[in-house]
Design a binder for this molecule. Structure first.
Ligand code: IMP
Length: 188
C-alpha cells in the first residue's frame, strides 16, 4: 500500500504461507472436532482475519464439526506500545453464554502469553465443555506464563510484527502479509 511504502523492513510470511498455515490448522481442527459442535471465539481486533479465514478453512476440510458458531471478544493489552503491559482490559465480552460448549479461542499472536492466559482463566471459569486455543503466530521467546496452545500456525521471529490483523498504533492491520517494520518507525 502506498502509505506504508518505505516503512516495511522485510516480509516474514507472505500471503501464500499464511494461507497454507491456516489451511493446515483448518484440517487439524476439522479432524479433531469431527461430528461435534464448535464455537470459534475470535479475539479482536487482531484475530479478525484469522478467525474468518480459519472458519472457512474448517468448512473446506474433510470431516469437520457438526456445526460451527462464531463469537468475538475484544481485549486490549498493548495501548500504543510494542510491549504488553501485562494488564489485560476486556473491552467487549462474548455475546453468547459459553457454558457446556466446545470453545476454541482464536488468537492472532502470542508473545509473553499474558493475554491468552488471562482469557483461558476467565473462560474456563464459565464451564465450557472443552476449551482449547489456536494461535496463528507464535513468538515463544519471552513467555512470562506457561500457556497451553493446542494449535499453532507459524513461529514468528522475536520482533514486533504487523499485518494480517496485527497493528502498530492501529495501522498496518490490512497488510495481507506479516512484516517487520523499519526501526525508525518506532521512534517517530
Ligand atoms: P502477549 O500478552 O504478550 O502474549 O500478547 C498478546 C497480544 O499482544 C496479541 O493478541 C496482540 O494483539 C499483541 N501483540 C503481541 N505481539 C505483537 C506484535 O509483534 N505485533 C502486534 N501485536 C502484538
Amino acid at each position: 500500500m502506498q502509505t506504508y511504502e518505505g516503512t516495511i523492513e522485510r516480509i516474514l510470511f507472505d500471503r501464500t504461507e499464511i494461507a497454507e498455515a491456516i489451511e493446515r490448522l483448518g484440517r487439524q481442527i476439522a479432524r479433531d472436532y469431527a461430528g461435534q459442535p464448535l464455537l470459534l471465539l475470535g479475539v479482536l481486533k487482531g484475530a479478525l482475519y484469522v478467525a474468518a479465514d480459519l472458519a472457512r478453512a474448517i468448512a473446506r476440510s474433510p470431516g469437520g464439526p457438526s456445526h460451527l458458531e462464531m463469537d468475538f471478544l475484544v481485549v486490549s493489552s498493548y495501548g500504543n506500545s510494542t510491549r504488553s503491559s501485562g494488564e489485560v482490559r476486556m473491552l467487549k465480552d462474548t455475546s453468547e453464554n459459553i457454558g457446556g460448549k466446545n470453545v476454541l479461542i482464536v488468537e492472532d499472536i502470542v508473545d509473553n502469553g499474558l493475554t491468552l492466559s488471562y482469557l483461558q482463566a476467565l473462560l474456563s471459569g464459565r464451564n465450557p465443555a472443552d476449551l482449547r486455543s489456536c494461535v496463528l503466530f507464535d513468538k515463544p521467546y519471552r513467555r512470562r506464563v506457561d500457556v497451553p496452545i493446542e494449535y499453532v500456525g507459524l513461529v514468528a521471529p522475536d520482533e514486533f510484527v504487523v499485518g494480517y490483523g496485527l497493528d502498530y498504533q492501529e495501522k498496518y492491520r490490512n497488510l495481507p502479509y506479516l512484516a517487520q517494520l523499519r526501526s525508525w518507525v518506532f521512534s517517530e
